[in-house]
Design a protein around this ligand. Structure first.
Ligand SMILES: Nc1ncnc2c1ncn2[C@@H]1O[C@H](COP(=O)(O)OP(=O)(O)OP(=O)(O)O)[C@@H](O)[C@H]1O
Length: 369
């Protein structure tokens, strides 16, 4: 075996896709011969693995045909370019923190909780916004007593409605009364984005977001649009509700949202005349679930007639009766949520880069979760 024989054999190896061979291209160097064994380098410009493999196969075949023993082909190819990494996204950067209030199913008191936690945060000196993103059942305007108020428009932006010291916007305030919309995926995505970018929110300390029940497009869109600082799950003590709440907590985990805790609503009943607390649906049944998700129950809110009437009449209990037992529990929950938010920020804040949509090979868009 000589270098001439090797060169002549390799002259028959065409560079894949071309009519010129790898020797003529000047790609072959460092030929070493040991008896009949041959090794050499091939410098190529393509990073495609199939080009590399074809050169190895063809070169080995041609060298074996002229009597070579072991053939070692070292291909030096440029590295495949890394697909661009998605970046963390925030379409409302002037809002400092986002609290996602979520529940596995409807009717557990998610909107009631959002309203009272938001007001409790105002009472604690925070600048608070309340976004009613529950597009299917927007009832926050009624709970805040502003069901008849239409928001002002400034240029192509909408000013939030002011109530009880907070800023609020709801699909209910934007649509004609009594009208409903049939929501499809792309409409939900657009609505959530517009709630964040087309509403003139002030530089809020926190935007409390009352989500539609369940885990769907609205939740994913919100998590992709802004870095959600913390998630709060509202549940009732019955086990059917707990099963759904587990999904809600699991969603926070999947979306990389730090969990601020669980509000167990309709947890016991406080008799208005005696103040005695009765257990009705079971109290504290969400404790094992809290442990499972490494979080805690931050409030057990009893069934209290004034919570419902407060909601119906637009007079939230935390505002009109701040000394009631339920109001105190909402206040304690708000403090606990704020402590979580501060903790999250102290440890570097939240990035939503891992939940951004990525373009998978073949051009199909997929979530990177
Ligand atoms: N702790 C409570 N005591 C008494 N009534 C309550 C309590 N929590 C909620 N309610 C009442 O229960 C009803 C449902 O509450 P709410 O609208 O907050 O639930 P939701 O989970 O947001 O429902 P949806 O997802 O369907 O909008 C309301 O009439 C509300 O006033």
């Amino acid at each position: 075996m000589t270098k001439d024989i090797v060169n002549s054999a390799l002259s028959k190896v065409m560079y894949p896709g071309f009519t010129k061979d790898i020797v003529t291209f000047g790609f072959v160097n460092s030929i070493e011969i040991n008896g009949n064994d041959v090794s050499f380098n091939v410098e190529i410009t393509s990073s495609a693995p199939e080009v590399k493999q074809q050169i190895i196969d063809d070169a080995t075949k041609e060298l074996k045909a002229v009597g070579a023993g072991n053939v070692t082909v070292n291909i030096n190819a440029p590295k495949m370019p890394e697909p661009p990494k998605p970046k963390s996204k925030n379409i409302a950067p002037h809002i400092k923190n986002f609290l996602m209030v979520s529940s596995g199913k409807g009717g557990v008191g998610k909107s009631t909780t959002s309203v009272n936690i938001a007001i409790a945060l105002v009472a604690q000196g925070k600048k608070v916004g309340l976004l009613d993103a529950d597009i299917y059942g927007p009832n926050i305007p009624r709970m805040l007593g502003v069901a008849d108020v239409k928001p002002e428009v400034s240029g192509n932006k909408v000013l939030p409605i002011k109530a009880y010291g907070l800023e609020m916007i709801s699909m209910g305030s934007l649509m004609e009364e009594g009208k409903s919309l049939m929501w499809r995926g792309p409409m939900i995505i657009k609505a959530i984005e517009q709630f964040l970018s087309d509403i003139l929110w002030s530089d809020l300390d926190v935007l409390v977001i009352d989500m539609p029940p369940g885990t769907g497009d609205a939740q994913l869109t919100l998590a992709q649009s802004v870095p959600v600082t913390a998630g709060l799950t509202v549940t009732t003590p019955q086990s059917v509700s707990l099963d759904d709440s587990r999904r809600s907590l699991d969603m926070f985990k999947k979306l990389n949202i730090p969990i601020a805790g669980i509000v167990e609503n309709m947890s016991g009943f406080i008799a208005p005349d005696t103040g005695v607390e009765y257990d009705i649906f079971g109290k504290g049944t969400s404790q094992p679930m809290a442990e499972e998700f490494d979080t805690k129950i931050i409030a057990e809110i009893p069934i209290e007639p004034s919570i419902r009437t407060g909601g119906d009449e637009g007079k939230p209990i935390t505002f009109v009766n701040p000394m009631s037992e339920s109001s105190k529990r909402y206040m304690a929950a708000a403090e606990s949520i704020w402590a979580t938010i501060e903790e999250v920020n102290a440890s570097g804040g939240v990035s939503n880069e891992n939940v951004q949509p990525v373009t998978a090979p073949g051009g199909k868009s997929a979530c990177s979760m």
